[in-house]
Design a protein around this ligand. Structure first.
Ligand code: URA
Length: 242
């Protein structure tokens, strides 16, 4: 393994590979391939080194000519319907959240993912630092889900979710859980691991029948119809990063 160069000073720097992979358009290995192929530019020039440090407050990074970190920040809130993938492109041609964006010219990427079968709030942005804050568990941004399980759950089972439950990638953090029916509850978590809520329910020997993200921080789904998108206000964005 080669030694990692350290970023100079205390600016908010990220490696080019991380900027690309965190943008939601591909994995880390894809990002390295695309960078090596010259498809990624920094301030208009191709940079072939995936470990190149990028200052997101100053540098303009583009992929195939589309800016992925530009000066004008865009923050969109979508009510993602079931049946849409949270990816840029699907090799099988299934619908993606990009099909629901009114303006295809402005490049944004999802700040986190929702499963194909999950509906609810999804933020799309071109602000990689903001996206990192929304998705990195270190920032503890609470996300609330409405869950319908395949069978009735006892108070003891809900208490296990509250206290933290052992999953194959370690125990979950304590969660806020409120019963809303014999098979239904709302859960607030601050991690967002892959398929976390589904796996927590499976650990109780049940399955998730319906999963909807109803809140991210103070943002709530409210009456927003499925498939619609709106811009977040400056105040709402500030509220999320506070
Ligand atoms: N937890 C899940 O299991 N799936 C989601 O889509 C979001 C949270």
């Amino acid at each position: 393994m080669t030694a990692r160069k350290l970023p100079p000073g205390d600016r908010p720097l990220k490696t080019l590979e991380r900027v690309i992979s965190k943008s939601g358009i591909g994995s880390r290995s894809e990002a390295r391939r695309w960078i090596a192929a010259g498809r990624v530019t920094v301030n208009g020039k191709p940079v072939l080194d995936p470990d190149h440090w990028v200052d997101l407050e100053r540098d303009r990074v583009s992929f195939d000519g589309n800016p992925i970190a530009s000066a004008k920040r865009i923050y969109l809130l979508m009510h993602k319907p079931v049946g849409y993938l949270t990816t840029y492109r699907d090799p099988e041609g299934r619908p993606t959240v990009y099909d629901l964006l009114p303006e295809r010219g402005r490049y944004v990427f999802p700040a986190g993912r929702l499963d194909l079968d999950t509906s609810g709030l999804l933020i799309l942005t071109n602000d990689a630092q903001f996206a990192e804050r929304m998705t990195n568990p270190e920032f503890h941004v609470p996300k609330t889900y409405s869950v319908k399980a395949s069978k009735p759950l006892s108070d003891e089972q809900l208490e296990r979710l509250r206290n933290g439950i052992e999953l194959r990638d370690g125990p979950t953090r304590p969660a806020k859980v409120t019963r809303t029916g014999v098979r239904a509850f709302e859960i607030t978590i601050t991690e967002g691991r892959n398929r976390q809520v589904r796996r927590m329910v499976e650990a109780l020997d049940a399955k998730v029948e319906k999963l909807t993200r109803i809140a991210i921080g103070a943002l709530t789904l409210g009456e927003m119809p499925a498939g619609t998108v709106r811009e977040l206000s400056e105040q709402e964005v500030k509220g999320l990063v506070r």
